[in-house]
Design a protein around this ligand. Structure first.
Ligand code: SAH
Ligand code: SF4
Ligand code: F3S
Length: 470
């Protein structure tokens, strides 16, 4: 048994890590042939991609995917800790699984992802959730086949969570959810320690993958017919800092852009280490999508300081406009938190005025949620729930207004869309534009998923656009 430890999770040092090539234990191959699994994934793209690796690990030992958790022999929850509601959702699901297990005694239940890294969560599972067969963390996905095997063979709860990141595993098997769009991890962890955020504790220190390994994965994806890669990291702008003296995200993007891949995306970018070279490269290559997610969190420099974001309102705006001026047709999106402890009405109005100035193309808005162990959790939170909800509503009205207004400007223009398929609900084709907008469209011509087509925009909605193929 390995339990998470908060102090260890916070530690940052220059301890060496290696890249290790993953290999499955030969006797585990297909050992559980005929069993079925279902993974419920919460949280961000990083978790979605981890679930693609987890699926492949389970398939390598013989499991097959079930269509619903009700039919599966194994249900695995890949969890998220970012806000309280993500946490509550996973515990709600565990409640449902408890009932299911009363009827199906052999049901296997596992929990992994960011919540597994939380001391309080693991304590609760040990105390009140004896029916959970195994728990593993974000640093040891590679051990899943052995942990699961042990849970079955010994018929005993297994808790295997490491708070210190270990080596980087290359060559983990993967079953990708989409045949044309692929996620590629470029950097793990986060060293920013924004005061409200739990990610630096659940995902460990910033560790970049070697550029050769990333480029090799992308070559394989091109070979397999993928049209779009999204480079993933909690802060992709920090790429390379821990490995190279003189090679960063700008260089990596440029090297990938020179390959025969039609679409490159990256996320997420912390405004703090966005370099001029990066902006220049994004503007220069047509296959780097003109779409930048640049979380601002607040429009008040006073709150930004309390959040530990390391930039002021003015610095954010300067960067925002520099990107807008350098990258033709760029679409900028953001994340905003309302109700951070001590946020006054004036601070909040500064957030609204920043939104008025930036007119974001997309924005994810959240009410501040206290996360156990983070510095902001100790701050006095005097804003009432009603006040926070009211601020969120006022903010959403403004951001939604700009989504629609920006979309309306596209009516009559032509946008390039990577076709995903036909939407059952609408009976129309759908796909995403270069700026990552959802486009529903009709076509007189024969087209297929994976094609990139030009679509004329006819109608604008807040969350999507309608059009027809030119
Ligand atoms: N690494 C990314 C963000 C990952 S988390 C970045 O810094 O850009 C996604 C978003 O969740 C954050 O941008 C933030 O807006 C929100 N978030 C994180 N912690 C939160 C908390 N404690 N309460 C509310 N929202 C939070
Ligand atoms: Fe969290 Fe800040 Fe790191 Fe983003 S940069 S993951 S908000 S600590
Ligand atoms: Fe959630 Fe962990 Fe991602 S906390 S947002 S799943 S890194």
């Amino acid at each position: 048994m390995h339990l998470p430890d908060f102090r260890e999770a916070r530690t940052r040092d220059k301890r060496e890590y290696k890249s290790v090539v993953y290999q499955l234990n030969a006797e585990m191959k297909n050992k559980y042939h005929g069993k079925t699994y279902f993974i419920k994934t919460y949280g961000c793209q990083m978790n979605e991609h981890d679930s693609e690796n987890i699926s492949a690990l389970l398939e390598s030992i013989g499991f097959m995917k079930a269509d619903s958790y009700l039919d599966a022999d194994l249900v695995l929850l890949n969890t998220c800790s970012i806000r309280e509601n993500a946490h509550n959702k996973a515990f709600g699901m565990l409640g449902r699984l408890k009932h299911l297990k009363n009827e199906k005694r052999d049901l296997l239940i596992g929990l992994c992802g960011c919540m597994a890294q939380e001391v309080g969560v693991v304590e609760e599972i040990l105390k009140d959730y004896p029916f959970v067969n195994f728990v593993f963390g974000t640093h040891n996905l590679n051990e899943l086949p052995n942990i699961l095997d042990k849970a079955i063979e010994e018929n005993k709860q297994q808790i295997e969570v490491h708070s210190r990141e270990g080596d980087l595993y290359e060559g983990l098997p993967v079953v990708r959810a989409n045949p044309y769009k692929a996620y590629v991890n470029i950097i793990y962890g986060c060293d920013k320690f924004c005061t409200y955020c739990i990610v630096p504790y659940t995902r460990g220190r910033e560790r970049s993958r070697k550029k050769e390994d990333i480029l090799k994965e992308i070559d394989e994806l091109i070979h397999d017919g993928y049209k779009e890669v999204t480079l993933l990291g909690q802060n992709v702008n920090a790429y390379g800092k821990d490995l190279y003296d003189d090679y960063n995200l700008g260089d990596l993007l440029e090297e990938i852009a020179l390959k025969d891949i039609p679409r490159i995306r990256f996320m997420t970018s912390h405004p703090w280490d966005f370099t001029d070279k990066m902006i220049e490269v994004i503007g220069k290559y047509p296959n780097i999508m003109p779409s930048v997610h640049l979380p601002v969190q607040s429009g008040s420099s006073r709150i930004l300081k309390l959040m530990g974001r390391r930039y002021t309102r003015e610095e954010y705006l300067t960067l925002f406009h520099k990107i807008q001026d350098t990258v033709p047709g760029v679409s900028l999106s953001t994340d905003i938190i309302v109700g951070f402890p001590g946020e006054s009405e004036e601070d909040f109005l500064e957030t609204l005025s920043l939104v008025e100035e930036c007119k974001f193309d997309n924005a994810f808005t959240f009410i501040f949620s206290q996360r156990e162990g983070t510095p902001a959790c100790k701050l006095k939170d005097e804003i009432s729930t009603e006040e926070k909800e009211e601020r969120l509503q006022r903010l959403n009205e403004i951001v939604n207004h700009y989504f629609l207004e920006n979309n309306q400007k596209l009516i009559g223009t032509s946008v390039k869309v990577l076709v995903e398929g036909i939407s059952e609900k609408k009976g129309m084709y759908y796909g995403y534009s270069e700026t990552n907008k959802l486009i529903n469209f009709s076509s007189d011509k024969e087209i297929q998923a994976g094609d990139i087509v030009s679509v004329e925009i006819i109608e604008a909605k807040t969350w999507s656009l309608d059009g027809r193929v030119l």
